[in-house]
Structure formats: C-alpha cells, structure tokens
Design a protein around this ligand. Structure first.
Ligand SMILES: [Zn+2]
Length: 130
C-alpha cells in the first residue's frame, strides 16, 4: 500500500506546472504550482463582480514573492474567506476560500502565458451558501 501511494503522489506532482502571476501594476508577484485542467466560475456576490477564473491549490503550492502584509485584506459576510488585493491597482489575485480556508484559490486571469480560452470551465454556485 505504501508503494502504491508513493507512485500516485509522484504522478500528481508531475502534472503540476509552475506559473508566474502578478497583479496589474506588478506590485504583487507570485509563483504557483498547479495542474490547470479546469477553472471554476463562481456565482457568489464577490466572484460575479470580479469575473475571476478560479483554481484551488494547496497552501504549499503558492510561493509569494510579495509580502501579504503589503496587500489589503478584505473580509465580508461570515468573515471566513480572506480576499487579498493589491492596494495600488485593486487586482485580487488569490484568496483563502470560505469552504476550504486552508487552501488558496488562485485567480487564473492573473497568471502569465495561460491560454484562458483553452481551459474547461466548471460552474460552482457560491450564491447557494448561507
Ligand atoms: Zn497592483
């Protein structure tokens, strides 16, 4: 069993690529490791206004090249989710989502060199959460 799970772990890692990301003005820089096989489009009040294409990653897959302390934290409703945006240009490149606050949700629109139209979209319905 141990050997089987090791093989699966290695396969999962091999599917992940490293992408560079930033806000619009470039103050916020990051790298993220992900298997970009889908993006999520959410209909919650935040996501529908910002038009994000979301993809969730483990906390360890995001490397911040800018301090979170240099960003502005926005919390709303249950105040479980943490939305970080650039105080200069207002882009919201990543957030800790309410339903899995241990993860990061990356806004794939903030990544460099990604063909956004080629990624399958999954619709999620954040508006249905209480
Ligand atoms: Zn910025």
């Amino acid at each position: 069993m141990a050997i089987l799970s090791l093989v699966v772990d290695q396969q999962e890692q091999e599917l992940k690529e490293v992408y560079k990301g930033s806000c619009h003005c470039g103050s916020v820089q990051f790298e993220v490791k992900m298997d970009l096989d889908h993006v999520r489009v959410c209909d919650c009040t935040l996501c529908r206004k910002r038009g994000a294409l979301n993809h969730r990653v483990e906390a360890s897959d995001l490397t911040l090249l800018t301090s979170l302390g240099d960003m502005t934290l926005y919390q709303w409703h249950t105040k479980t989710a943490k939305d970080y945006f650039c105080p200069t240009c207002g882009m919201l490149p990543f957030r800790h989502p309410r339903t899995a606050p241990e993860l990061w949700t990356i806004n794939v629109r903030c990544l460099d060199d990604v063909d956004l139209d080629s990624i399958p979209i999954q619709r999620v319905y954040g508006s249905k959460l209480d």
